[in-house]
Design a protein around this ligand. Structure first.
Ligand SMILES: Nc1ncnc2c1ncn2[C@@H]1O[C@H](COP(=O)(O)OP(=O)(O)OP(=O)(O)O)[C@@H](O)[C@H]1O
Ligand SMILES: [Zn+2]
Length: 988
């Protein structure tokens, strides 16, 4: 009754929001402010006789040392504020002023111990008004600062508070760490008040209680008893002894009690906040840094600029705070910070005036940083050092850096700047040389897992060790990430197990992963596709799946799948331990890494990953081919040709993406294309070439070149086709040699996304080819100069037969019907080659031929049958090719051929169609994912029709215009062509 009252005015909206926020704190049993939410929960809203509202706390909300009385929040009419203050015998009274839309919080002297023994409440000094002291640094940002002079004691209570809060609704917060004469008012205010804009992340440290020697012990996260008395800190700077004497509590408990860094008097909301390290010994996995910093302190070799850098969540911020505390710690012990001396208590209770965390964004104004430097020059209040911590210092502007660095020499020895950044590259060079740098490496999985175990023990969580190990392995060396994951899992309220972790993190279990990898390695195309789709459809992100597969393969390659691993892993590892398998796996790894890059750019990730999986089984072949291609390039170099002109990768086209071209080759191609385009007179055509076109490969030898161009839209293709002569001329002028050009359609990302609906799962659907070969003297024909078909293993689209400019070229005098690109390629499949087939034909690159060969029951390389599509670059003897080709043209009266296409229906079923043509008879064999085979023969000569069954759309004829076929597929919309594989074997 005789209690002094402090009133606080708070806008109602903020109050309600804040109350809700309090309510939402995650663990009501461990958070002191949540006790308030309990109060709020138990509030009775009563309408008063006037226009006031009265809130009554029910008995059930009484807590711990609470008085057991009801607490009321009562609103009063305007004008009655002072006169009608309710004189409750309760501990506090919160009145709502309707006129001012504010709550007035009256505080009574009677203690309201809303915290249980486990939690410390916030300190209120009843003998002092809520008056902030003026910190020397506070006027740095005067517009946001609150400056209220001391008031006579009578003027305390709500008048003072009102003044204070009416000023921009800003209030200095108590750090709520002292349990002396508790009252909820400040605690509530902490929660309710809006934050003062400040340069310093912890500027509130200088809150109203600077003069207060209170013991500053609170936030007992560890569940230790609360220390309530307020020892005389001034007289007893080193508290260790006193504390034990006074309280009888274990010093270690006290240390924990004091140690919690709660810079904004906010209670921890996550495990990671709650278990922030408070001493160097608690800093996991950073022993070198910790020892070095501690050594510097002990030896007194302190420099003025420190730079902490390293990946996120590795303890940089925590270390900077520990370092700051240790610098000012009064203990002579090596184990600093002691956590119990006056300075430590001040620091850990958030009231140190000499340690500041600077907001890097707000400090970027010149006058602010200058003001900061000016204030820094003032000697510290009570401690040895003034420490300024700049977290995320890469956000500092150049000017700010300059000012700080410039000031280093002028500032006295007591000023220390600690800069923290995860990204060293963004800092000015000068910062490096002026600072002592400390690198915080990623934390080892074993260290992380050990820490998680400790946390689980402290939090009383049930866990499986493997689950914690798994979390550690998924956290990428970041302790914070690991703690976050654990936090989330702990919320489920169950035992922390592997399956729970899998589910939460959204990853595939080992068994599923191994199953998929097994399928992919076994070339079982359809099952691989089905399985991959199932996984991705259910819950797995393709990127995640890719990285898991890559990790698994790495484990197998590194022999990590033998001991101490799951049974499934061991079995897989023993099945794939031959030299060839390991080679396959390592190439699979390369493909996956390429795929990962591709996935980042792609919107159709599922398809790309499926494509990559289909390539895993044949990856070795591709790689050897890449080597061959490289070899070939090198050979040409040796022959003294201009390297610029020799850019090719025969493997490139067969992959769904083109990432394997070395970067410098790509750049060369780009520059050639740019130069050629710029020679164009018409600026619109020049722009068209530059913007829509791309030179994707170039093979030059002995004055002749084959250039492959890519355009990403069919319209561009037709435009380019119309001007192919011009383009060839431009390239010829640039390269100074004769040029054949091939024009391919490679839909770009934007085009694909626009047409994503229609072309769901397609890659390199078709390419079309043109030649604009400038006629050479006939003597050149059949010589080494003809490279025309070297890279033609790609699926090509046939085109209207036109009178080609090269029709006078003896090499290419081919019948009208066969001038189609596709025909050429197809026919090549029937070449009665006299040469030994190379050990790796271009088709080997593709996994499909295995399937094709299996499905068509024919060998892939039939020496007699001449299965070879064309010569390898390694044997690059174009004349051979040309001769063979000519010979074939003469001999192949039957025009027997075969082609394969892979289609995909709406039901996501892949189907393989083998189209064989012998004379007038065309037979189509299809097999779908269910291994249903279906063959039908058409001897009617109706070659151009499409035949459709429930699962697949087959192109019955190899001479069909592919573009047309594709369009028809679209119109039908029940299946579409995924890929052509041409040719595969000889049809008899
Ligand atoms: N080395 C560590 N030992 C123990 N806990 C750590 C360590 N590193 C990080 N943590 C945990 O992660 C949380 C975040 O750490 P901290 O803020 O110090 O990391 P940081 O490296 O500064 O990260 P960021 O660069 O993102 O600011 C801490 O509260 C703590 O719980
Ligand atoms: Zn200390």
């Amino acid at each position: 009754m005789d209690g002094r009252r402090h009133s606080v005015d708070i806008p109602i909206s903020k109050t309600l929001v804040a109350l809700r926020r309090v309510r939402s704190l995650r663990d009501p049993s461990t958070i002191s402010t949540s006790k308030f939410s309990a109060l709020v929960d138990n509030v009775n809203w009563e309408t008063n006789s006037g226009s006031g509202i009265s809130l009554r706390f029910l008995d059930s909300c009484q807590e711990g040392g609470g008085s057991g009385k009801n607490h009321r929040l009562r609103t009063n009419n305007v004008g009655k504020l002072d006169g009608e203050r309710e004189e409750f015998v309760d501990d506090f009274n919160l009145s709502y002023d309707l006129g001012k839309s504010k709550f007035n919080l009256y505080e009574f002297s009677g203690p309201l111990n809303i915290d249980s023994g486990r939690y410390c409440s916030h300190r209120v000094d009843h003998n002092k008004s809520i008056i902030p002291s003026i910190d020397p640094l506070e006027d740095v940002d005067s517009c946001n600062e609150l400056s209220i002079g001391p008031l006579p004691e009578e003027e305390t209570d709500h008048i003072v508070s009102e003044r204070k809060f009416q000023s921009n609704n800003q209030v200095k917060k108590s750090y709520g760490n002292v349990g002396n004469g508790t009252s909820p008012s400040l605690s509530l205010r902490d929660v309710l008040s809006s934050r003062t804009a400040s340069l310093f992340a912890n500027e509130d440290d200088d809150a109203a209680y600077n003069d207060d020697p209170g013991c500053g012990i609170s936030c007992c996260w560890s569940g230790t008893p609360r220390f309530r008395e307020s020892p005389d800190l001034e007289n007893n700077p080193l508290l260790c002894k006193n504390v034990e004497e006074i309280s009888g509590y274990d010093t270690r408990c006290l240390k924990y009690t004091c140690n919690e860094i709660v810079p904004h008097s906010e209670t921890p909301r996550s495990l990671s906040q709650k278990f922030r390290p408070k001493s160097f010994s608690e800093l996991v996995g950073q022993n070198v840094v910790a020892r070095s910093l501690l050594g510097a302190i002990i030896k007194g070799r302190i420099t003025s600029l420190y730079l902490f850098h390293g990946p996120r969540g590795t303890g940089k911020t925590s270390a900077s705070r520990i370092f700051a505390a240790a610098l000012n710690c009064l203990s002579m012990d090596e184990n600093r910070p002691c956590g119990i001396c006056r300075e430590c208590v001040m620091f850990f209770s958030g009231r140190s005036r000499d340690v500041k965390e600077v907001d890097p964004v707000r400090i970027n104004r010149r006058e602010r940083i200058r003001s900061l430097i000016k204030k820094a020059a003032i000697p510290p209040v009570s401690s040895r050092f003034k420490i300024f911590i700049f977290d995320e210092c890469h956000l500092l502007h150049g000017d700010t850096w300059a000012t700080v660095l410039h000031s280093l020499d002028n500032l006295s020895q007591h000023v220390i700047f600690v800069m923290i950044t995860p990204d060293l590259d963004k800092l000015p060079r000068s910062a490096f040389s002026r600072s002592q740098r400390y690198h915080f490496p990623k934390i080892k999985d074993s260290d992380i897992s050990g820490r998680l175990v400790n946390i689980c023990h402290e939090e009383g969580l049930d866990f499986d060790q493997v689950a914690l190990d798994f979390i550690a392995s998924k956290s990428n060396g970041s302790m914070r990430d690991a703690e976050m994951m654990l936090d989330q899992l702990s919320l489920l309220g169950k035992r922390i197990t592997m399956s729970l972790a899998y589910e939460l993190i959204g990853i595939v279990s080992d068994d599923e992963l191994l199953d998929l990898l097994d399928l992919a390695m076994s070339s079982d195309t359809s099952k691989t596709v089905i399985r991959a789709r199932e996984l991705m459809r259910s819950r797995i992100d393709p990127m995640q799946l890719t990285s898991q597969l890559a990790n698994l393969i790495m484990d197998v390659l590194a022999g990590n799948c033998e001991e101490g691993c799951s049974e499934a892993r061991r079995r897989f590892s023993s099945r794939h331990n031959s030299e060839m398998d390991l080679q396959k796996l390592s190439h699979a790894l390369k493909i996956l890494s390429e795929t990962e890059k591709q996935l980042r750019l792609s919107k159709n990730q599922t398809t790309w990953l499926t494509v990559a999986l289909l390539q895993l089984s044949s990856s070795t072949e591709c790689s050897s081919e890449v080597n061959d291609s490289k070899l070939w390039i090198d050979n040409v170099h040796e022959r003294g040709e201009n390297w610029k002109h020799v850019v090719s990768c025969s493997c490139e086209e067969k992959r769904p993406h083109t990432l394997r071209i070395p970067e410098d080759y790509r750049k060369t191609l780009e520059s050639i294309w740019k130069k050629a385009s710029e020679l164009c007179q018409s600026s619109s055509f020049k722009n068209f070439l530059l913007e829509q076109g791309k030179l994707s490969s170039l093979v030059v030898s002995q004055g002749n070149a084959v250039a492959e161009l890519e355009f990403c839209h069919p319209n561009c293709i037709s435009k380019a086709e119309k001007s192919q002569k011009l383009i060839a001329n431009l390239l010829r002028s640039t390269l100074d040699c004769n040029v054949d050009i091939k024009i391919n359609l490679v839909p770009c990302a934007s085009y694909k996304s626009r047409h994503a609906k229609v072309r769901k799962a397609y890659f390199r659907l078709f390419s079309c080819s043109r030649r604009a070969r400038k006629s050479q003297s006939s003597t050149e024909c059949g010589s080494d100069s003809d490279y025309s078909e070297y890279t033609s293993e790609r699926p090509m689209i046939s085109e209207r037969c036109t009178n080609r400019p090269f029709s006078d070229d003896p090499c290419l005098k081919i019948p009208h019907k066969c001038c189609h690109r596709m025909d050429v390629v197809r026919t090549l499949g029937n070449v009665q080659s006299t040469r030994t087939p190379p050990s790796h034909g271009p088709l080997e690159h593709n996994p499909i031929p295995d399937l094709v060969a299996a499905a068509s029951n024919e060998p892939r390389y039939n020496h007699e049958g001449g299965v070879l599509p064309f010569q390898e670059p390694e044997h690059h003897q174009p004349n051979c090719f040309a001769r063979t080709f000519r010979r074939h043209r003469k001999s192949s009266s039957s025009d027997a051929s075969q082609m394969v296409c892979i289609t995909e229906s709406k039901q996501n079923k892949l189907a393989l169609s083998i189209v064989r043509k012998a004379s007038s008879e065309t037979s189509v064999t299809t097999s779908d994912t269910n291994n249903n085979s279906n063959t039908y023969t058409n001897s009617s000569g109706d070659e151009n029709g499409l035949r459709e069954n429930s699962e697949t759309l087959c192109w019955k004829t190899p001479t069909l215009h592919l573009k047309k076929a594709w369009r028809s597929g679209h119109q039908r919309e029940n299946s579409h062509l995924v890929r052509w594989v041409l040719p595969c074997a000889t049809a008899k």
